[in-house]
Design a protein around this ligand. Structure first.
Ligand code: 6PG
Length: 242
């Protein structure tokens, strides 16, 4: 696996670099009359990116060419404080820059297995396919302190081999149900970018990028594109132990 490592002075500069990547790629797709299909992670890290997109890139991104999907969603309603969609709505979607028809929300309020099945059909309908899996142009991922990514947790490494496109997962500590893209869907993307900031991630990042033996237990270690590469956009704090 080829790790493309991009290190920035701060979380804000890291988020800005990812916004610049999305801006430039969406412009290129717009010129071709095509969509730039992006799957978003939740948690806390991406929020700064979404704010920057809404504020600093408001006049730059050809928004009609950007379509947003989700990597995973907590099985709660969209207005719940835990909702990944809800976080994205407040930071970006509430600005009404992304066209509503280009927003493909995972419906956390639905029965998990039913929603996983529905979302799988959405991906089949809306995205090109390769190797039997949908192809996203970009998937943005975070890394949990236990090495999880998306909602693929260390206690469920079998999800790395699932042939489902979308699956139901369970958070190992809270028991919260999640809807998540599977590793095979993620790894079928044209580009996968981990966005990792903050000192709390420095150990897990060093273990993964350093190929530590214990990193074999981390789902994040098994993420790469079909071209065999994965990008890490990090601030200096998260990269401190590299
Ligand atoms: C989620 C995310 C999850 C997240 C990591 C990192 O639903 O929580 O998809 O995979 O990316 O847990 O979260 P932070 O950005 O909050 O550190």
């Amino acid at each position: 696996m080829k790790h493309n490592i991009h290190i920035f002075d701060s979380a804000n500069k890291t988020a800005n670099a990812v916004a610049e990547l999305i801006y430039k790629a969406t412009v290129e797709k717009n010129k071709l009359g095509e969509y730039y299909n992006v799957a978003l992670s939740g948690g806390t890290t991406p929020r700064e990116l979404f704010v920057i997109m809404a504020q600093d890139y408001k006049e730059l991104i050809p928004w009609e060419s950007l379509r947003l999907f989700w990597v995973d969603e907590r099985c709660v309603g969209p207005t719940d404080g835990e909702s990944n969609y809800g976080m994205t709505y407040h930071a970006l979607l509430s600005h009404e820059l992304v066209l509503s028809e280009n927003i493909f929300r995972m419906k956390g309020e639905e029965i998990p297995a039913v929603e996983a099945e529905r979302y799988q059909k959405v991906l089949i309908t809306e995205l090109p396919a390769r190797n039997g899996f949908p192809v996203f142009d970009l998937i943005l991922l975070g890394i949990g302190n236990d090495g999880h990514t998306a909602s693929i947790f260390p206690d469920n490494l079998a999800m790395l081999d699932s042939d489902l496109l979308v699956a139901v997962a369970t958070h190992p500590e809270s028991g919260q149900k999640r809807i998540t893209l599977t590793a095979k869907t993620i790894n079928n993307a044209e580009q996968v970018v981990f966005v990792v900031t903050g000192q709390s991630k420095s150990t897990i990042v060093a273990e993964i990028l350093g190929g530590a033996e214990k990193a074999k237990l981390y789902p994040s270690s098994y993420i790469q594109t079909t071209q065999g590469s994965v990008d890490f956009y990090m601030d200096k704090s998260a990269a401190a132990k590299l």
